[in-house]
Design a binder for this molecule. Structure first.
Ligand SMILES: Nc1ncnc2c1ncn2[C@@H]1O[C@H](COP(=O)(O)OP(=O)(O)O)[C@@H](O)[C@H]1O
Ligand SMILES: [Mg+2]
Length: 512
């Protein structure tokens, strides 16, 4: 065992870290102490400053002031090489792997001194094998990166860091891209790393993950470190409140759905992408008035194309789409809107908004010929702005300025601009893709409440989200998509694991 003094020296200490990007004060006098051999979570809403802080620790950014201590010794981390030498490894939100290289090649790539010169490939391979076995990484060293699923690519990133001798491993939002099963595997690996005495810093905005795996959790809000707690001594509710700065409802409160007549009916729909690859394969389902049907699935399994086809953005190769019994598969988005189909696209930058327009212009985009915005043949700018201001208030869109260029709003606020526009149009059917991607907890609560309220008014809602939690808490019925087909309709209260297996293309039978 370590001597008591050594055991109490933190693996990492940040003292008074301060960082500005022009007018943005991203890190305000941050202090953080990470115990050796622990899993330390850092949570905070989007833009709280988590990635900035970790990028400073990893040498991507330089702090304006403050100190970094590793094992009790102050070091100057000037670039990621110094960080690596100090035993700090980072797994990025977006992987930095060479796609057409093998796992082994990626691991060796950029290792200082050139491993090929010092020791042979065989030695690297042997070492890699040892690390893999020790931590249960399960990746084939000769596989090409491009052939590996995302979860395994992430393991290669971890392997790379460990191979470089990382004692402290930083993971920035590692589960965003993973299926629940892959996330479980990752967590088992992290537990293994901890058991071997490594220190893990886990950045996430998912409270569930924090509770499941961390020993200690620090909360950031608007550039400040607002609290640090022992995970066993806190609750999701307390952490959410610390993150947002007020009490938040974590559960979506809703009554049983009272489904009415079928509003949207999709029949044997097949959709191909630009290369002619079938993305949606003979899919059929219905959405009734007063219900939320959620499509669960790992990103890239056809749910985006399905949504786009129904919204009239993508022409189906075959099949039918009926809105209130009327075939609409040949209509364009403008005609569909007139028939009561609203759409909150997944990719709001490219489809939902014109970023160069002012906020109020986007607030009516697609609805500009609504009589209430017209004065004779002209647009009634006063009426439009007044309407925009009302939405801004209702949805707490910040800054509250309808004349601001849309590009200058944060992602979460841009999302609210689109949602407000589509929801408040009183549609019969709402298609909504990734409604809360990049949105803060406080805003998520609001958006979820609005969707449920819309359902309760008798609207038919089709929800596509890669956040399984979101699907499970909002949907009255869940359909799981895998490889372009609907592989199952789990019971409304099915467990995460059962749905997760379906999302991975493994049948329900296997789950039982
Ligand atoms: N390179 C940069 N240039 C300018 N502003 C930045 C840069 N990186 C981050 N920011 C800003 O700093 C703040 C904190 O961002 P970030 O650390 O990425 O937050 P988090 O990871 O908690 O979501 C945000 O307002 C963000 O827009
Ligand atoms: Mg971040």
């Amino acid at each position: 065992m370590n001597a008591p003094t050594a055991a109490s020296t933190p693996a990492i200490e940040l003292v008074g870290i301060d960082k500005r990007f022009g007018p943005v004060h991203a890190n305000k006098n941050i202090n953080l102490s990470v115990a050796k051999g622990s899993i330390h979570g850092i949570i905070g809403e989007n833009g709280a400053g988590k990635s900035t802080l970790m990028s400073i620790l990893y040498g991507f950014y330089h702090a304006d002031s403050g100190q970094i201590l590793v094992d009790g010794k102050e070091i100057r981390i000037t670039d990621s090489q110094t960080a690596i030498q100090a035993g700090i490894g980072m797994v990025h939100q977006h992987f930095m792997l060479v796609e057409n290289f093998s796992v082994l090649e990626n691991v060796m790539l950029g290792v200082e001194g050139g491993p090929l010169l010092k020791r042979g490939v065989a030695a690297v391979r042997a070492e890699l094998g040892r690390i893999e076995r020790e931590y249960g990484l399960e990746v084939d060293p000769d596989a090409l990166i491009e052939d590996l699923p995302v979860g395994k690519q992430q393991r290669v990133e971890i392997l790379k860091a460990l191979y470089r001798g990382a004692e402290v491993l930083i993971l920035d939002e590692p589960t965003g891209v993973l299926t629940p099963a892959e996330a479980d595997h990752l967590f088992r690996m992290l537990a293994q790393l901890k058991a071997q005495g490594k220190t893990v810093i886990l950045i996430t905005h998912k409270l569930r993950e924090i509770m499941a795996i961390t020993d200690t959790v620090s909360v950031m809000r608007r550039g400040e470190m607002v609290a640090t707690r022992k995970t066993s001594e806190t609750t999701m509710a307390e952490l959410a409140e610390l993150m947002v700065g007020r009490r938040v409802l974590l559960r979506v409160e809703k009554d049983e759905a009272k489904p009415g007549p079928v509003i949207l009916s999709v029949e044997n729909l097949t959709v191909k992408d630009a290369r002619g690859v079938t993305m949606v394969d003979n899919v059929s389902f219905q959405v009734r008035a007063g219900e939320i049907v959620g499509i669960a699935g790992v990103a890239g399994n056809g749910q985006s194309e399905l949504l786009e086809a129904i919204a009239g953005i993508r022409k189906p190769a075959s099949g039918r789409i009926l809105l209130n019994g009327e075939p609409v598969e040949r209509l364009d988005p403008a005609k569909l809107r007139k028939k009561g189909l609203a759409h909150v696209p997944e990719d709001r930058h490219h489809m939902g908004l014109v970023l160069a327009f002012e906020e109020y212009e986007n607030a009516i985009l697609g609805y500009q010929d609504d009589p209430k915005y017209l004065k004779g043949p002209f647009l009634d700018i006063d009426a439009i702005r007044k309407d925009a201001v009302a939405r801004i208030e209702d949805y707490d869109i910040r800054p509250a300025d309808p004349r601001l260029k849309t590009a200058n709003f944060s992602g979460g606020n841009q999302q609210k601009i689109v949602l407000a526009r589509e929801i408040e149009r009183d549609p019969a059917c709402l298609l909504v893709g990734q409604p809360t991607r990049g949105v803060d907890i406080g805003a998520i609560e609001f958006i979820h409440k609005r969707l449920v309220a819309l359902r309760d008014q008798g609207k038919a809602i089709l929800l596509v989200s890669v956040e399984l939690d979101e699907i499970r808490s909002l949907s009255d019925r869940i359909l799981v998509m895998f490889a372009g087909t609907i592989v199952g309709e789990p019971a409304p209260h099915a467990g995460e694991q059962e749905i997760g297996l379906m999302m991975a293309g493994i049948g329900r039978e296997a789950a039982e």
